[in-house]
Every structure is written in C-alpha cells, then in structure tokens.
Ligand binder design. Structure first.
Ligand SMILES: NC(=O)c1ccc[n+]([C@@H]2O[C@H](COP(=O)([O-])OP(=O)(O)OC[C@H]3O[C@@H](n4cnc5c(N)ncnc54)[C@H](O)[C@@H]3O)[C@@H](O)[C@H]2O)c1
Length: 495
C-alpha cells in the first residue's frame, strides 16, 4: 500500500505543489532548496511556482468557495475533525521534517503536530457554536422607532484567504490560519516559509486525504522575495493572514482594501520586581528565553530587573544557562542551530555591539556554523542594539533598572510590543504594571506564551494588527451580513 505521504514527493527530497486537489510539478522546471540548519546540507527542494500557477491556485480557490460556504457547518467541522485524526496518526514523518528543515527538537516537533491537530478540532467546535448563532435586533430600541423592522445579522465568509506562516512554527502557524478560514466558509491559498515547506506539505496532505473538495486548500511554493508581492497583491485575495517579521509591515502597505491579520516580531520583556519569587522568575527566563534557541515570537528577549535583586537573579539565571544542553535537534538539545547563517550572523552582530559598548557576557561567546551557545548578557544599556532589537536566538540581555516606571518606559519606548511578563508577589502591582505596559499580552508570574491556542493573541504597534486565537481568527475571517424584515405594521410579542 502506498505510503500516506508518497504522492507529495517527486523524489526523496523534492516536493510538489498542490492545486485543484492534485500534487503537481511546476512548469518552471525550477525548485527552491532549503537547507538543514544543523548540517548545512540540502534538506528539501520545493517547486518554484510560476505566476500562472499562482493564478490557477487563486482561481480554483475562488471557484470552490461558494459551494464550500454552502456546506452545512457540521460538515465543515467534520472535515476538520478528520484532519485532526489524520495528523495524529501520521504525525511522525511531519515531525521529522521539522527536525530536518528547522532544527526543532524531536520531541517538540511531535508536540507541534499534535497541538496543531488539536487546534483543528477545537476550531471545528468553536466554529459550530459561534457561527451557528446570529443576532436578531429590534428597531424599537432606537429613539422614535416602532417595532416594525427585524434585523437578522449573521457572519459570512470573506472569500479567499491567503495564509503565510513563518519558519519557526510552520505547521502550527499554518493551521491556525487555515482551520478558522475553512470553518468560516473561506477557501485558502497557503504559501509556506521555504524552511518549513516540507512539514507544511505534509500537513496539506492531511487536508487532501480528509477529502476536501478540489480548490478548497491550495499550497504554492517559491521564494517569498520573488512571488511574495504577486501573492499578497493578487486581485482574488480577500484576506491576508501573515505571521513573520518586518515583511508584514510592507505587506500591510501594499495590500489595499482587504482585511489583514498580522502577527509580527516581538521584544518580549520580563520585568522582575523586588518582591518577586526569584527562583520562579529565573526558571521562566531560562525556559521562556532559550527553548528552541530563542526562536519564538514569545521568547523572553529582554530582562528588566530591579537593581536591588539583580545580582541574585542574574546568578540564578546564569546557573541554569550553564546547564542547558547544546547540540542536535535529533537528541532533543535545548539549544540547536539557528535557522540560517544570516540569522546567526545577525545575532553575532548584536552580541558584538553590546560587548563593544561595555556589556558583560556571562559566558564566553561561542559559535560553530549556525550553532550559537546560549548567552546571558548583563549590564546592557539603552545605547546598545540588544536593548531594542529581537535577536531570535539564544541570547538574553539584562537591563538593570532603578524603578519599575523605568522598566515600563523601556517597554513602551520600543516599537515591538507583542508580549511581556512581570514577576511580583503583589497582585495590585501586577495589575498596575500590566495596565501600564502597552503591549498585546502581559503574563503574570510566567513567561510569555502564545498558547493555549484559544486565548486572544495580538501585538501592538509594529508587532501586529488584528488578533489571533481561535475565536478571534474566526471573527477576523468573517464579515457581518444583515437581512432586515420590514413589517407592514409594528408587532410586539406576548401583548
Ligand atoms: N507574532 C507572532 O505570532 C509570531 C509568531 C512566530 C514568529 N513571528 C516572527 O517571525 C519572525 C521569524 O520568522 P521568519 O524569519 O520566517 O519571518 P519572515 O518575515 O522572514 O517570513 C515569514 C513568511 O513571509 C514569507 N515572505 C518573505 N517575503 C515575502 C514577501 N515579499 N511577500 C510575502 N511573503 C513573504 C516567507 O517566505 C515566510 O513564509 C520573527 O520576527 C518572529 O518574531 C511572530
């Protein structure tokens, strides 16, 4: 019996693209390679789709959308439940791709796939409940009106959603767009990140094998820098859901009159107050800052600690950092090679800039290829790039502050404002600090985190636009539609 994933490959390492319910080879005759960040060897090749193949994906998505939207809600939910089941049964090959193409630890890779199946199932349930309820509005609540107009409001789909996820969660951040879009009655064109495209293709195969009608989901590949603009400005796009870096800001400027959902970079700050449980804070800084080598939008990327407790906190974090495992994703090391040479060079530049300006490196700087050993950098000051920029690597800067106001000012002065956290034993202080931090989410006594996936998730300023989280994505991927019944004469119930 053919393997579940056989048809997505043209050869052992080359993937096809997916359009009109079929896996195909591009007529361009070209592929785009992605590289194993651990070995610098070829990981996979994906099709370099042509603009007419992109057109075909959008046209088939548009053609399929009406009949998809006319399926009963419970049937759309049934498809998503099927996808959940298929992802779980066929999780391992998808997880293996994550290890190979984005250097994610083997266990965490399986967790990403399972969590993504769960997300599809939860979306089905949330969608059934929420989309299944409309509103009835009565005209006589507005001054001067009688009850002669009944407004029936419901949620209807936007049309074709373009989904663009980043490399660090190419399955989870793909399905967090695809599942709500489909549940709400939209069709989807998915453009995966090049690093992560193989795992995303495996996920798409689960949608294909669930029996989705032709055109409901397409998967097109190619260099973002080459087909990106063509995709995001395509006349058949009705919504862009993007997660990634500053590219998102440029997409917003170009995308015209379609709703955009943007989840962009973060400089997630951890404020540590004088009364904090320092063991708890240190444990969260280590786990929250260094897991997957800090390549998480919600990784702790800056510690702002009160001077009076800074020595003690720094010693505790340093002790933990010194024990972190460094090595191969296959061995579940916490610190694995970062995604690319250019990313490693960028991180190195931030470290050198801080060192040159007098910051104190608490471990020797060490790098081999894309592997950067974890670093805690103390006495970082506001004139250093590390105080403001997102390393997306295993490097955490510590800024010592004299007052909590200074810490909050630092957070609010940054254009990045995704998440943050505060450690204190005083609930009043926690609420006051959270209220003062102008950032999408503030965690109290825990590291920043995106999940659970049904919580609202949003960034302020340059960190994003719109809000994700399962319910919010359903909201975002629908629009209101009303039908007003005008009665010949007012009617009031029950006398
Ligand atoms: N806020 C969040 O929820 C969240 C979650 C994860 C990652 N991120 C952010 O993502 C960044 C890291 O991911 P990345 O390096 O993959 O980001 P990236 O911006 O380089 O790429 C994201 C996606 O955009 C595509 N792309 C590139 N150029 C394009 C163009 N011109 N038009 C359309 N698409 C284009 C890429 O191929 C990829 O699929 C970090 O800044 C991180 O903080 C944010």
């Amino acid at each position: 019996m053919a393997d579940f994933y056989d048809e997505i490959f043209t050869s052992a390492d080359t993937l096809k693209y997916f359009v009109k319910g079929e896996w195909k080879v591009s007529k361009s005759g070209k592929t785009v390679s992605n590289w194993n960040p651990s070995t610098d060897e070829l990981a996979y090749k994906v099709q370099a789709c042509t603009t007419s193949e992109v057109d075909e994906a959008f046209e088939s998505a548009k053609a399929a959308q009406r009949s998809w939207a006319r399926l009963p809600l419970w049937k759309r939910a049934e498809y998503l439940h099927k996808v959940d089941g298929l992802m779980k049964v066929n999780a391992q090959p998808m997880a293996d791709c994550l290890v190979k193409e984005v250097a994610k630890g083997a266990k965490d890779s399986v967790t990403e796939v399972i969590r993504s199946g769960d997300l599809a199932a939860y979306t089905a349930e949330e969608g059934i409940r929420w989309l299944g309820e409309g509103k009835l509005l009565l005209s006589d609540s507005f001054p001067g009106q009688e009850r002669s107009k009944l407004c029936l409001a419901q949620k209807v789909p936007l049309g074709v959603v373009l989904a663009i996820p980043p490399f660090n969660y190419p399955v989870n951040l793909a399905i967090s767009k695809v599942a709500p879009a489909l549940m709400a009655g939209n069709t989807v064109v998915l453009k995966p990140p090049t690093q992560g495209a193989a795992a995303a293709a495996h996920m798409v195969q689960c949608f294909a094998k669930a029996g989705l009608p032709s055109g409901v989901v397409s998967y097109v590949t190619g260099k973002g820098s080459e087909i990106g603009d063509y995709l995001t400005t395509h006349p058949l796009v009705n919504c862009v859901s993007f997660t990634g870096g500053d590219t998102g800001i440029a997409i917003c400027r170009k995308s015209g009159m379609v709703p955009v959902q943007m989840e962009l970079g973060g400089k997630d700050a951890c404020i540590v107050c004088e009364d904090a449980d320092l063991d708890l804070a240190a444990a969260n800084i280590i786990k929250g800052g260094y897991s997957y080598s800090g390549q998480r939008c919600t990784a702790v990327k800056l510690v702002l600690v009160m001077e009076s407790v800074a020595d003690e906190l720094v010693a505790k974090v340093k002790a933990g950092v010194d024990k972190l495992s460094v090595g191969r994703p296959e061995d579940n090391a916490t610190i694995t090679p970062v995604i690319s040479k250019s990313s490693a060079d960028f991180i190195e530049g931030l470290v050198k800039n801080a060192e040159d300006k007098g910051a104190k490196l608490l471990q020797a700087y060490k790098r081999k290829g894309n592997l950067i050993w974890p670093l805690l950098i103390d006495n970082v000051t506001r004139d250093m790039r590390l105080a403001w920029e997102e390393p997306f690597g295993p490097v955490i800067p510590v800024v010592r502050v004299k007052t909590i106001e200074e810490a909050v000012d630092h957070c609010n002065a940054n254009n990045l404002a995704l998440q943050g956290c505060v450690f204190t034993r005083n609930v009043d202080a926690a609420i006051a600090i959270s209220d003062a931090m102008e950032t999408g989410t503030v965690q109290v006594n825990s590291a920043p985190a995106r999940g659970p996936d049904h919580f609202p998730f949003q960034g302020f300023r340059d960190s994003g636009m719109g809000s994700q989280g399962i319910k919010n994505s359903l909201v975002m991927m629908t629009k209101d539609k009303s039908t007003v019944i005008n009665l010949a004469k007012p009617s009031y119930t029950m006398g």
